[in-house]
Design a protein around this ligand. Structure first.
Ligand SMILES: NC(=O)c1ccc[n+]([C@@H]2O[C@H](COP(=O)([O-])OP(=O)(O)OC[C@H]3O[C@@H](n4cnc5c(N)ncnc54)[C@H](O)[C@@H]3O)[C@@H](O)[C@H]2O)c1
Ligand SMILES: [Zn+2]
Ligand SMILES: [Zn+2]
Length: 386
């Protein structure tokens, strides 16, 4: 089959690779009908989350069930499914009791560890996300093996097109997680850093959860415009204005009730950040995180779904302490939210596909990576068709 394979930083290609096969009775094989490139794939592409091995990339995919293992009773050949990006067993402490499939104790046996941190032990596994995250091949491919297929995949109700539900695999649940963790009561001012796919989904989620005012922040004018159009937010260009000052001026001097970091470590970097990265002290930068702690009001909440993969110099813990900030961060527990979010899509309460800027055949995936990474051709979200 054809698949997008990672070789080394900035080097991915569409290769012929062996078709996946059932390896465990709980596996299913899916024929992929739509898949997308994620900001998280760019961390691999840009070498911030490294691997020495080649693998098929991609964790946002959906398709048709082609084959099921003997223990998969919930799916039948021909079913159309969306697949959550965390690979999780469904039975362990974290899957069952903590509602955190992202911390599954069984799906990443080689590198799982209670310590956390990229050097000492990881959480559970992700599709197409390096050896450290389980070494599973991903879904930017014609076919994909889905482990624990009796726990992850969800059948798509009739009448919904692929593009209407594809983002239930990751970015909509991820944006929703960022808002759910902030526990809105209604009427809050929510500032979302990042108007990429995840940021825009967080903005849509903020309205769904009753925010009173939603403000999107980015450094790319075309992405600010996209957020304005698709999520109906006010916008601030962080290149041109001091975000914390603008937000305070909008909130009687206090700051936002909630700040969401939907940018992560690949924000535009200072010379110091680049120097620290070169000597291996930190991956990328935490400047957006610092901006969020600055912009949030005293007693407010900062949630972080943008990815950070190391410790960070000058982390402002004094500010967090002084302002009594609540902080929550991590990968999105997609399996926990997906059924509720599927219902919202089906009821027409939210539209997800309005952020798609590019539809390309899988064969042109390399071009898709380039324009998404370089922010060329006003690229916001690339959907690939195998
Ligand atoms: N936690 C999870 O489960 C999860 C799931 C999916 C994606 N993610 C992460 O979310 C982040 C965003 O993903 P995406 O697909 O939207 O990626 P993206 O790269 O398209 O979006 C990032 C946005 O941040 C903007 N940006 C850069 N520097 C900035 C700054 N200084 N201030 C404000 N904005 C700035 C960029 O212009 C871009 O629009 C990534 O880190 C990704 O890995 C996390
Ligand atoms: Zn993703
Ligand atoms: Zn588990």
């Amino acid at each position: 089959m054809k698949a997008l394979v990672y070789h080394k930083p900035k080097h991915v290609s569409v290769d012929n690779v062996p078709d996946p096969i059932i390896e465990d009775p709980r596996d299913a094989i899916i024929r992929v009908t739509a898949t997308a490139i994620c900001g998280s794939d760019l961390h691999i592409y840009n070498g911030l989350i490294p691997d020495t091995k080649s693998f098929v990339v991609g964790h946002e995919f959906m398709g048709i069930v082609e084959e099921v293992g003997t223990e998969v009773k919930n799916l039948q050949i021909g079913d159309r499914v969306v697949v959550p990006f965390p690979i999780a067993c469904g039975h362990c402490y974290f899957c069952q009791h903590a509602h955190l499939p992202t911390q599954c104790e069984n799906s990443n046996p080689e590198f799982y560890g209670p310590e956390g941190d990229i050097t000492k032990g990881k959480g559970g596994a992700l599709f197409g996300y390096t050896s450290l995250y389980g070494g599973y091949n991903g879904g930017q491919a014609e076919y994909v093996r889905v482990p624990y297929a009796d726990f992850g995949p969800r059948k798509v109700p009739d009448g919904l097109q692929d593009e209407q539900v594809l983002f239930l695999t990751d970015i909509f649940p991820t944006g929703y997680t960022a808002i759910d963790w902030a526990d809105l009561k209604g009427g809050e001012t929510v500032v979302v850093f990042g108007c990429g796919p995840v940021g825009i989904m967080a903005q849509k989620s903020a309205w769904l959860k009753g925010a009173g005012r939603v403000i999107g922040v980015d450094i790319q004018p075309y992405r600010l415009e996209k957020a304005r159009q698709t999520a109906g937010v006010e916008v601030i260009n962080a290149k041109e204005e001091k975000v914390a000052e603008v937000v305070r001026s909008m909130t009687e001097g206090r700051g936002a009730d909630v700040c969401v970091d939907a940018v992560g470590m690949e924000a535009d970097r200072t010379l110091l950040d680049k120097a620290l990265a070169t000597v291996g002290v930190q991956a990328g930068t935490a400047k957006v995180l610092e901006n969020a702690f600055d912009t949030v009001r005293r007693g407010g909440t900062v949630t972080v779904v943008g990815v950070y993969a190391s410790n960070y110099n000058q982390f402002p813990f004094g500010k967090i302490f002084d302002k009594t900030i609540t902080l929550k961060a991590g990968q999105a527990p997609v399996q926990v939210y997906i059924d509720h979010l599927m219902a919202l899509v089906q009821e027409g309460k939210v539209t997800l596909n309005d952020i798609i800027s590019h539809r390309l055949p899988l064969q042109e995936a390399v071009h898709g990576y380039k324009i998404f990474n370089e922010k060329e051709e006003d690229c916001v979200k690339v959907v690939l068709q195998p």
